[in-house]
Design a binder for this molecule. Sequence first.
Ligand code: SF4
Length: 569
Amino acid sequence: MIIERDKVNQEIRDLKAKYGDDRSALLPILQDMQGKYGYLADIVMQETAHAFDIHPVEVEGVASFYSFLHTKKKFGKYVIRLCQTISCGMVGKSRVARQFENELGIKFGETTKDGMFSLEYTNCLGLCDLGPAVMINDQLYAQITPDRVPILIEECRNDFVEFEFSEVPRAKLYKKGPILEHGEDHEKVMRDALAMTREEIIETVQESRLKGRGGAGFPTAFKWKLAANEQADEKFVVCNADEGEPGTFKDRYLLQFQTDMILTGMTIAAYAIRAHQGFIYLRGEYDYLRPHIQEKIDAKKEKNFLGKNILGTEGFDFDITIRIGSGAYVCGEETALIESMEGFRGEPRNRPPYPVDTGFLNRPSIVNNVETFVVSALICKKGASWFNQHGTEKSSGTKLLSVSGDCARPGIYEFPFGSTIEEILKEAGGEDAKAVQVGGAAGHGVDRKNFGRKIGYEDMSTGGSIMIFGPDRDMLKVAKNFMEFFVEESCGQCVCCRLGSQKLLEGIEMLEHGRCSMAYLTELMKLGETMQLASKCGLGQSSPNVFLFILENFRNEMLGRLPSGGNNE
Ligand code: SF4
């Protein structure tokens, strides 16, 4: 296809009219232009750069950061991305991969000669309970078996009809609690919240002792109060729906089935801090949920639950816009997310300053997880004491968990904080597990002797991922999978994270092939500890966790792989 400069120029002007004039429109414009042309040609990046009065190299720098943006025409009409995360690996990803390769006559990383199909691996698609999962262009397919592969390919050849929202893969819900069984009407929740003062809302959330549900556990009310106290011409509410932690899919469930309550929670937060604009930063892999969320936003606007003078509250204007990520795990970190929203590479910022005073466009911003908005809306309606009935002293309430791996019932569970790993395993049918990873690849491993440990901020905090590893799992393979993930997803700012993750991966491969000496293994452990201390953000700080965990808890299994069989220890 010949790309004409004048046409591109006009298209970018039209997109600027749609997304705005400032740099924060850059990513949506690049996404749309790639949608038109299949990739971001030099001419597209040059014209985009001129439109924003920046150097084309800057645009290329942004485009090259995100795995879903392409500066070269390397893909076919249908890009088949197979999830390579361990949860999919445990349920037959390799067999599915071989079948795709056989059917198409190409390897992963290649495109068929007729330009129809490309095969790629991708990181977690958020379907860990329904693996193996593939994404074909923007659409997700769950529970792929080798015999479904030729059918999928045939469907593509027959022009691939877009699926309806009702066909979106659904997580199974196995255990409800007070959050998922709230029984509240979102409109009533909003009306009642507006009958409260801003101070009362923040006080109620404070009394509930709610902590952020993304995993970091920062007190929600404290964040809101800091932002509320800032004097600024603009403030922002951001819903972090960039659920990229391997093994986590509970936000996908909420985005599908609690959309109204998420929007209500965001609106209440906006009222409390006096913000007029909100954003949902939705991970690129969940783009298929965008029409559904937009429909809910539009319905709220029609009934004045969003818009100007909301429900007659003079001066309370609030609108919500969806922003789509482009395949970068690190953007789940709030400052990286803000960088991405501003049209930059999603690289974490130095802190302080914090988003509550210097967030999106340098204005006070609160960034909260999807679940946090649902829970805070319900707390405003039902009261802090309702919430405090559940959980422990330091971790009030319940937690939504995404359970996957070697168990009979992978899916969504709501457990009160303080529940033990053992209780969760029993409910999910994974009692014979040899280990559990709590909190995703960036979380912590727990071996069998520690299954009495509890989920909660005082013991094992989690954003919601529980990955179960059965008695026959090779923990070195698990560690290798996580480390490959971190090598791919490191933003590269810190040497210790960028090179350290690579060195740990090489060490795991040496162990795999019986080529790692005890002395080198000891060096790698020291390197892991250094990375935990010296990395700038949570990604680098947590990437060595799994490596150190398996060496500590499966020592004999690992030492048996040393050339000496560990005899020189
Ligand atoms: Fe980037 Fe890693 Fe440093 Fe985080 S720790 S800022 S991901 S290089």
